[in-house]
Design a protein around this ligand. Structure first.
Ligand code: MG
Length: 305
């Protein structure tokens, strides 16, 4: 467990001074991933599970510092848990969203839309009604590094919703270059979705968009809510006050619900994703290239369960 003594915060708005602590330390828990992603906190077990996509495995961190292989994967990327506590994962290799049952068996939640294979599901969130929302860019089929190279079968890169009763897969938005991380606001009246198209396209998007979620589930609006000034937004989470904590090139950017950049937690490697965990849900876990970090903050996560 190595501690880093460098400038830790870039404070842009006084509101950020209520969300971070000068006395806290960024702790690096593990440093041997090839590309770390998809952190998910297990409140009942008191552990953190995350993906090392190229190494085709899920890793597990325990608060005593022990890290072990949770299981091997077929290039799993984003992870979350559903309302029953089951692990829901985006699998590049199988080009599908899967659920791990209590006995360890795998249930396929989505692998096709309109009869054609998905690209490579990237990140996923489960709404309180049990619907599963996920993004489907092409990162996992562009080469054999994070999946298996293949031509896309979908004409666009979409945001999807899986109906909790019927299992039907519906396209909710299709005007993205590379839809990536996604999260609901507290109360779920808004859905935020990152577009990280700037990774592969000059002048491509590097922003998070905000949609209103209509009573019938449709997405309305979709304006740019926040544009990063460093790298791209990949995965992110929303805290109980509605602030977005998003990955970026130089760290974790904290963005208010009004779109203002409040400040940054500076991280020495490119950040891919974050999640809140710990006994009080105020420990921000950060997957960043090779490493898993955490830092205690003044915000509390809202991810269930
Ligand atoms: Mg992602």
């Amino acid at each position: 467990m190595a501690e880093q003594i460098t400038q830790l915060y870039d404070i842009r708005d006084d509101r950020f001074r209520f969300l971070v602590f000068e006395t806290e330390t960024l702790v690096e828990h593990y440093a041997d991933c090839r590309w770390a992603e998809g952190p998910v906190w297990y409140h009942d077990l008191g552990c953190l599970i995350w993906s090392d996509i190229p190494n085709q495995q899920l890793l597990r961190w325990l608060p005593d510092g022990h890290v072990s292989v949770f299981r091997s994967t077929n290039f799993v990327n984003g992870n979350t848990r559903d309302r029953q506590g089951r692990l829901v994962s985006c699998e590049h290799g199988g080009r599908r969203v899967i659920r791990t049952e209590a006995d360890g068996s795998i249930t396929v939640i989505a692998d096709r839309f309109e009869g054609r294979r998905l690209n490579s599901p990237n990140d996923v969130v489960v709404k309180s009604d049990g619907s599963v929302w996920f993004t489907d860019p092409t990162y996992g089929i562009q080469s054999n590094y994070e999946g298996y190279r293949a031509e896309p079968e979908q004409p666009t890169r979409n945001v999807y919703r899986v109906d909790p009763q019927t299992g039907a897969v519906a396209k909710m938005a299709d005007d993205f270059v590379m839809p990536n991380g996604l999260a609901f606001s507290p109360g779920e009246s808004k859905l935020y979705v990152a577009d990280s198209g700037g990774t592969h396209y000059r002048d491509g998007p590097r922003h998070i968009r905000v949609f209103d979620v209509a009573d019938d589930g449709r997405l309305l609006g979709g304006a740019v809510h926040y544009e990063t000034d460093n790298g791209v937004p990949d995965g992110f989470r929303v805290d109980g006050d509605g602030n977005i904590w998003t990955s970026a090139g130089d760290g974790v950017h904290c963005v208010a619900s009004d779109g203002t950049l409040l400040g940054k937690v500076l991280i020495p490697q490119t950040v891919s994703n974050v999640t809140f965990g710990g006994p009080r849900r105020n420990q921000l876990f950060i997957t960043a290239t090779k490493s898993l970090y955490s830092i205690f903050v003044g915000a509390v996560g809202i991810q269930a369960p």
